[in-house]
Design a protein around this ligand. Structure first.
Ligand code: BEZ
Length: 211
């Protein structure tokens, strides 16, 4: 069965551009983003990895370690890295896993045989410090992902882990949030001193709490 939200992200050992990685050990107490791309030296993948390299500071601010993966070899990754750096103008400092025998790809369900039985689709797994899978995404080879959206969801996950809130449609850091329905109005008075707007009894909007 495919990996589901709340499952423990499977551990593995694999070769990468920074040497052997023991996944859980490498993650340590950080959040993690494991993402696959179909093939090295391909155009959409080149733009995605360049964009991810440029977002290094944004991932670091959130305590997130990023790791890429494809079925290509470490030597290919290292050669392609130079192209990514040249085209994006950013240094690729996150590791890229080489998975030629599809070991990790199969463990994470990154091979969708009716799309391709040789290459991974564009999968994303956001993993929390307890190693739980908190977000999964699968995109086709032809559509580059939006890495700002991945950061946006991480912001939501980190906020909602801390406060009894949820985030509405298209929410961005700093915008109003929703008080979760399990919180009574009595409790909400203590938890949200800034107050709230009751759009419906089940839809209470409050300024984003800060830690
Ligand atoms: C690309 O990254 O451009 C790509 C990779 C595999 C199949 C199609 C496109």
């Amino acid at each position: 069965m495919a990996l589901q939200l709340g499952d423990i992200a499977p551990d593995f050992e694999a070769d990468s551009t920074v040497g052997k990685i023991n996944f859980h050990q490498w993650l340590g107490n950080s959040w993690g983003v494991l993402f696959s791309h179909p093939k090295d030296f391909t155009p959409v993948c080149t733009t995605e990895l360049g964009a991810t390299a440029k977002l290094k500071g944004e991932f670091e601010k959130r305590g997130v370690k990023v790791v890429g993966l494809s079925v290509d070899s470490v030597d290919d990754h290292l050669a392609w890295k130079r192209d990514i750096e040249q085209t994006s103008g950013a240094k690729v400092e996150f590791p890229m896993i080489a998975d030629p025998d599809l070991k990790v790809a199969n463990l994470y369900g990154m091979i969708h045989p009716n799309a391709s039985d040789r290459f991974t689709v564009r999968s994303v797994f956001v993993i929390d410090p307890k190693k739980k899978v908190r977000l999964t995404l699968n995109y086709p080879a032809s559509a580059g992902r939006n890495f700002d959206e991945i950061l946006r969801v991480i912001d939501s996950l980190q906020l909602t882990d801390q406060f009894k809130v949820a985030t509405p449609v298209n929410w961005k850091q700093g915008q109003d949030v929703i008080i979760v329905p399990s919180v009574t109005n009595e409790e909400a008075k203590k938890l949200f001193p800034a107050g709230w707007k009751e759009v419906k009894p089940y839809l209470r909007v409050t300024p984003q709490p800060r830690s």
